[in-house]
Design a protein around this ligand. Sequence first.
Ligand SMILES: [Zn+2]
Length: 78
Amino acid sequence: MPIYAYKCAQCGHTEDVMQKMSDAELTVCPQCGQTTFSKQLSAAGFQLKGNGYYATDFKNKPADAPACGSGGCPACVS
Ligand SMILES: [Zn+2]
């Protein structure tokens, strides 16, 4: 199941959400409750920390990234 990176435009909350392709997009932020939660275009973990470190790391070494949910994934540590 694909994991989508969501971000709230209101409070800046980010969350990786596992969804089926057929599932409707989430719109309500679990943090602030506003309907400003939206799916990001980039892959999970791509923009999470607001700098280029992870983006560069993921681009260069995708095969080395631990699986999400394993506890060692940098994209899941927030
Ligand atoms: Zn929010």
